[in-house]
Design a protein around this ligand. Structure first.
Ligand SMILES: *Cc1c(COP(=O)(O)O)cnc(C)c1O
Length: 375
């Protein structure tokens, strides 16, 4: 059997990747999808026509727009992508789940991920009983190992997850490598760009036309500061977006989240102001951390966090920081992240306090010259 036949881009055939149960399903048509004009008398969805027991005027007695058209229009303008190529989910986590649902058969197909990376790709695979094949990123530089990827791909490889900038390492994956994977693989490539606004790299969103097998993931949770609203975005071909719309829960993004997101997206000045400050603070943190003796390495970051390697030991520093009211993420048990902590960029005061605490710890345990003691 010539397995490699199935992996080349020229053979990409969307319908052949979609699970039969999905392909043959008539989707639920929600009441609000049929009629949306404001001046009807709506007696079709068993809502409470008298309203909700809230003291302020609102329309929360009504189901929200199932396809979030107004919000998508806003996003469409900001990102310069047609609404028809955008899907909104209850966080990116819903999007990852949907992609598994649509494209992989439990116990038959597999996905491919590149650790150390975001944990949900694997967890969601496990939930769906889909095998997750792991090909580690290269050491230190945290880049794709293209040779190994090519060797592992077969006709059961349905989804490849690439995260760039990557979590928890913080770096960009090389653009040419990402392009190679998208072009060579005839399954679905999910490129998670949750942190793209913090990077110098261009998003792939403007090239989405070129890649019928690409699904981009973005989110309002990070650069937009709206993690509490739970709004994730997928950007892909219209065909893929339509499949996602068919499979999602009818009202997957609630009314309040839609309304508040629309307000926030109107305030681009404040968005850019925060973004600029995060980038300045990232630089300040990096410089300050590098000067502390127990910090062995601060990895390059294109995101809003820094991966930091500690000499002796990340665990102790982690605990020390908790005792001093600071929670960072201990990633030391993760492959290729030995002795590493992942630290989110905070406000200037928070970062100053953090750096002082790490300096104190460094001094307390190692004096001023820990590297000499250790070597
Ligand atoms: C934070 C993050 C997300 C965002 O998840 P939401 O569910 O949208 O909040 C997605 N991918 C990665 C890699 C992340 O780190």
């Amino acid at each position: 059997m010539n397995q490699s036949k199935t992996i080349f881009f020229s053979n990409f055939d969307l319908n052949s990747l979609i699970r039969d149960n999905i392909l043959n399903m008539d989707p639920y048509l929600s009441a609000r999808e049929e009629f949306q004009e404001k001046d009807f008398i709506f007696l079709d969805a068993n809502e409470n026509s008298f309203g909700s027991p809230l003291s302020f005027s609102n329309s929360y007695n009504r189901y929200p727009d199932p396809l979030q058209m107004e919000l998508k229009e806003k996003i469409s303008k900001i990102k310069n992508i047609p609404s028809s190529k955008i899907f909104l989910g209850n966080g990116s986590n819903e999007i990852i789940d949907l992609i598994y649902r649509i494209f992989s058969r439990p116990k038959i197909d597999h996905s491919i991920i590149f650790p150390p990376t975001y944990g949900m790709y694997e967890i969601s695979g496990k939930i769906h009983e889909v095998d997750v094949i792991k090909i580690h990123l290269t050491k230190e530089k945290y880049q794709l190992n293209l040779k190994k990827i090519e060797n592992v791909i077969n006709q059961y490889s349905k989804i490849i997850f690439i995260c760039s900038p990557n979590n928890p390492t913080g770096n960009d994956i090389k653009r040419e490598d990402i392009q190679k994977v998208i072009k060579k693989f005839s399954g679905i490539v999910v490129l998670d760009e949750a942190y793209i606004d913090f990077s110098d790299q261009e998003s792939f969103s403007l090239e989405i036309e070129k890649y019928p097998n690409l699904i981009l993931i973005q989110t309002l949770s990070k650069s937009w500061g709206l993690a509490g609203l739970r709004i994730g975005m997928a950007i892909a071909s219209e065909e893929i977006i339509q499949w996602m719309n068919k499979v999602k829960y009818p009202y997957n993004v609630n009314q309040i989240s839609q309304e508040i997101a629309i307000q926030a997206l109107d305030n681009k000045d404040l968005f850019f102001f925060h973004l600029k400050n995060i980038l300045l603070e990232r630089k300040y943190m990096k410089k300050s951390l590098k000067e502390i003796p127990i910090i062995e390495k601060v990895y390059p970051s294109s995101s809003n966090f820094l991966l930091v390697k500690i000499t002796n030991s990340s665990r102790n520093l982690y605990k020390y920081l908790i005792e001093n009211n600071i929670i960072v993420r201990d990633r030391s048990k993760i492959i290729l992240c030995n002795e590493c902590l992942r630290i989110t960029v905070g406000t200037h005061d928070e970062n100053k306090y953090l750096i002082n605490q790490i300096k104190k710890y460094s001094k307390k345990y190692f004096g001023d010259h820990p590297k000499k003691i250790n070597n």
